[in-house]
Design a binder for this molecule. Structure first.
Ligand code: AHR
Length: 677
């Protein structure tokens, strides 16, 4: 009996915990700070095979034979010779295929693609090649093959292509595979005795995003469009800086004809010894023109970030070593690159770089408004290296030149790789002094940080630049991979971003993309193999915010007893707030109040939300993110929709002539309410 009583008490206690109610007051009459259209965006970096092998639709690896091992990615057979006097000055290598010497022998090449070549039955694939036939005529056979099949024949599709000139020309043919395959290969045979020279061997799905020839993989680009991002930051990340200066991202190399864009290293090839990918390079096929165009397509403001003349400081701890960083007096060309970039994006078609853009098919300006200079850079104080203001003295030179020529351009500096600590404390005031428009903050932090920093932006210095939370994600302690729990904490954190829209103008989760067979860093927002993709729970969190960001902040508080006084405080997992985080906005375009409440407690939580200034009953349309599974759960390629937001409705009642929403949030869940005013 005693035992039974005890368990009854336990049950009652749990019920009491579950129903302890937090009251929230939303002032629906007084509009607060505007929520910037750029508030929630995306961060793109070519990490985890995000560009080549990912978003960029090209299916052939090392298409121009420019990898340092010129046949990497290719298997050659018969008589294949690599030559270097090709038609494209910055990509001079090509192959010559010649007669193997006997009717029954073969000469040719097989390309392995990126972890194989993904092809779908019913789709078409555009094969193209630059070629010449030294004897004026030659023929190649182009195949998509399944090397491991038990079928009688290996080929999924085949076309013959006649090369009809001694001059270099582009030839195109379309392949239609008869079955769907994750790991097909591309094989090219020399057909007949006449030799042939081949350069820039390329294969794209015809069905790319917006059907562009040098286009993006449709499903991945569509996922970006579906996020409705307000800003699009590119091309990184650390690859902006390079491990050495030579390897920094040079935007001028990434524009113009794709055939003539020089290869660059990708530092993510070798950054992590335990995730090593020797064939990871940057073809620059997805270059600055394509980035700007994609930003335009998905309705986001473009935000390029360029090198400030410091190569990665993590990898080059001693900035005085020769060649590691550009000397101040040699910064001229780097600054010119920045000025030219603005001209490329916005300049008249008669300017040098405006013409390059126009020649690429976009005479209208891209309307660039923001430019980041430097990624994760920092200065050194006496206790930390003593090398002085290596970043800020360079940034100042960029800032002077950019401000003089483009006074309306918004300049983005950085507070370094950390969101707090000596480097942050050193840089933040220096960014203020330099009067950058926004500072780029980065924080990959654990669960504890996310749960305890709910007021980060409530207590932030409001006299300086605005905040661009340019890279952030919750990295589980000992569980640095995607899972539901950490995504929920990101949602919790985002309520603080939203509540402080007066100071936070942009926020971009990072990184964006990862190939399941080629990742170096996780968690990431969108995962894929060669044919399929899935949106992580973090993606859905982002989407819930981007699609419900409203136009103005509304004050949302809870009463707190301080001595004899009752004060109104934000809901951000403070004492007595039961693990809740919340924010509210008004949407002028739909005349709706949008309230977001995240319950990070392991118990259900009852909330009573007073919609001050509103009367009468209503129905709230609700989006709920929750899992009845484990906190470690995540969507997968096989179960892409395992966890996703679901719609429901909750009634609002009237109490004391005021609309009130009483609801109960499940343990570890996120509810977003839209209520007509
Ligand atoms: O997002 C991955 C990396 O994290 C970025 O390249 C860098 O800026 C940060 O350290």
């Amino acid at each position: 009996m005693k035992k039974r009583l005890l368990s009854l008490a336990t049950v009652m206690g749990m019920t009491l915990m579950a129903t302890a109610q937090l009251t929230m007051d939303v002032n629906t009459k007084k509009l607060g700070a505007p929520v910037q259209s750029t508030m929630y965006g995306i961060f793109f970096e070519d990490i985890n095979y995000a560009a080549d092998g990912g978003l960029y639709g090209e299916l052939v690896k090392n298409r121009s034979f420019e990898f340092p091992q010129h046949l990497m990615g290719w298997q050659s057979f018969g008589c294949v010779e690599v030559k270097d006097d090709g038609p494209f000055q910055r990509c001079p290598h090509y192959v010559e295929l010649s007669d193997p010497g006997h009717r029954d022998r073969r000469t040719g090449l097989t390309n392995e693609g990126y972890f194989g070549i993904g092809v779908k039955k019913g789709e078409q694939y555009r094969f193209s090649v630059w070629a010449k036939a030294p004897k004026n005529r030659a023929t190649i056979r182009v195949q998509l093959i399944d090397e491991n099949t038990m079928d009688e024949r290996q080929e999924l599709a085949e076309q013959k292509l006649d090369i009809t000139s001694t001059e270099w020309k582009k030839y195109t043919v379309t392949l239609a595979p008869k079955k769907t395959m994750q790991h097909a290969k591309l094989r090219i045979y020399l057909h007949g005795p006449n030799s042939v020279c081949l350069e820039h061997i390329s294969l794209f799905p015809v069905n790319t995003y917006k059907n562009r020839e040098n286009g993006m993989r449709r499903d991945l680009a569509q996922a970006l469009e579906d996020l409705h991002p307000g800003v699009f930051r590119f091309p990184g990340g650390c690859i902006v800086e390079g491990c050495t200066l030579d390897e920094r991202y040079q935007w001028k190399n990434s524009v113009g004809p794709v055939e003539n864009r020089p290869l660059n290293h990708n530092r993510w090839e070798y950054t992590f010894d335990h995730r090593y990918f020797p064939d990871y390079y940057q073809s620059y096929g997805l270059g600055f023109f394509e980035f700007f165009q994609l930003a335009e397509d998905i309705g986001a403001e473009p935000l390029p970030v360029i090198s400030c003349g410091l190569s990665c400081q993590f990898q080059n701890p001693d900035p005085t070593k020769p060649g590691v960083h550009v000397a101040l007096e040699d910064l001229g060309p780097y600054i010119q690159d920045a000025l030219d970039l603005v001209e490329f994006a916005n300049g008249d078609v008669n300017t040098k770089w405006g013409k390059v853009r126009a020649d690429m098919g976009h005479p209208e300006p891209f309307n660039l408004k923001y430019l980041g200079v430097g990624n994760e850079q920092w200065d050194y104080d006496e206790k930390h290296g003593g090398y002085g203001p290596v970043f800020t003295e360079r940034l100042k030179k960029f800032s002077d030149a950019l401000r003089a020529k483009y006074p309306n351009l918004k300049l983005i500096g950085t507070t370094g790789p950390n969101s707090e600590g000596w480097d942050f404390d050193l840089l933040q005031p220096r960014m203020k002094e330099l009067k950058v428009d926004l500072y780029d903050e980065h924080y990959y932090r654990n669960e504890e940080w996310f749960l305890s920093h709910g007021l980060r932006y409530d207590v932030y210095d409001r006299k300086g630049p605005k905040v661009f939370a340019g890279e952030y994600a919750c990295h589980g302690k000992g569980k640095k991979w995607n899972h539901y729990e950490t995504s929920l904490y990101e949602a919790a954190h985002m309520t603080g971003i939203e509540r402080n829209a007066d100071i936070v103008h942009m926020a971009t989760y990072a990184p964006l993309f990862a190939h399941v067979d080629g990742w170096q860093w996780r968690p990431d927002m969108i995962w894929y193999d060669n044919l399929r993709m899935f949106k992580s729970v973090s993606y859905y969190v982002q989407q819930m915010f981007t699609m419900n960001k409203g136009t103005n902040v509304l004050q949302l508080t809870t009463p707190k007893q301080v001595g004899k006084k009752t004060v109104a405080v934000p809901v951000a997992n403070q004492e007595g707030q039961n693990g809740l985080f919340a924010s509210a906005v008004y949407d002028k375009t739909t005349d709706e109040i949008i309230v977001k409440v995240v319950n990070t407690s392991k118990q259900p939580q009852s909330v009573s939300i007073n919609l001050q200034g509103m009367k009468g009953e209503r129905t709230a349309n609700v989006l709920e993110l929750w899992t009845n599974g484990r906190m470690e759960d995540e969507n997968t390629l096989d179960k892409p929709e395992k966890i996703h937001p679901v719609s429901l409705t909750v009634p609002c009642t009237e109490d004391k002539k005021q609309t009130v929403l009483n609801d109960q949030l499940k343990a570890m869940s996120f509810r977003l309410y839209r209520i007509k005013r």
